[in-house]
Design a protein around this ligand. Sequence first.
Ligand SMILES: NC(=O)c1ccc[n+]([C@@H]2O[C@H](COP(=O)([O-])OP(=O)(O)OC[C@H]3O[C@@H](n4cnc5c(N)ncnc54)[C@H](OP(=O)(O)O)[C@@H]3O)[C@@H](O)[C@H]2O)c1
Length: 250
Amino acid sequence: MKVNGAMKQNRRRFLKVAGTTTAALALGGLPFAARAASAATEKLKIGVVGSGRIGGTLGGVWVKAGHEVMFSSRNIVHDKALAAKLGPNARAGTPREAAAFGEVLLIAVPYRALPEVGKDLGNLIKGKVVIDPNNPIPSRDGEIATWAREKGAGLASTELLPGARIVRAFNAIGYARMGAAHEQQGERMGMPIASDDAKAVAVASRLIREIGYEPVLIGGLAMGKYLMPGTPLAGERTPEQIRKIAATLK
Ligand SMILES: NC(=O)c1ccc[n+]([C@@H]2O[C@H](COP(=O)([O-])OP(=O)(O)OC[C@H]3O[C@@H](n4cnc5c(N)ncnc54)[C@H](OP(=O)(O)O)[C@@H]3O)[C@@H](O)[C@H]2O)c1
């Protein structure tokens, strides 16, 4: 009974968000979102926290697309070398500097690091769009991953990164493949995403297209639990295939 009530509430909330996305973009009601979605040539400032395989790869493609990207981790030497290799649109800083720099953030760390990252960044992430590719893997991340899987990865990330406008994306395709997708010709594969926030969806959608995928919103953050390796949505699929599978998960 309680679960059914919560599910109905989540669905109502998602439908409201999905409706808001379209309406707000049409009416210009969300200036930043509308700007990010429509002015495809306007460059963004992106803060990357965790500049490993995912952060380094996706951030590198965004640098090539002309955005300004600050890379960060606990290893500034690595991040400076990465930025130097990528050219003048790339720079390196601490995670707090990257969070302050970015109007949109990609936080890409092992899931077990999220509690520490959330505490370290504190108010700097409040109200910011945060792209969440992070997967709770019990064998790698320990107890926190078991907790996050029970709660659902999207809702767990929200709790660990309070105040951020979270959108789950880039969760279940290998980093090397995602790094090459923008160079491929032909039909684009889909990128399933989940969020409760219209602005996060709009900003992430643009950045996903630049990586080489067509974003497919499958629902609110409660659906984020399906955006992980080992679920029916994992791997590369066409947007239509993603929509069909997602419909069976609701
Ligand atoms: N690899 C993939 O193909 C793939 C695909 C989809 C999703 N994912 C998910 O994406 C996330 C990142 O994966 P990855 O493969 O990119 O991992 P990775 O290569 O190990 O990179 C992790 C990055 O996070 C940094 N980091 C770790 N703890 C940190 C902390 N407390 N504060 C700041 N930075 C910290 C690491 O640098 P330092 O340790 O030097 O700080 C490193 O730069 C994971 O949750 C993973 O499940 C990965």
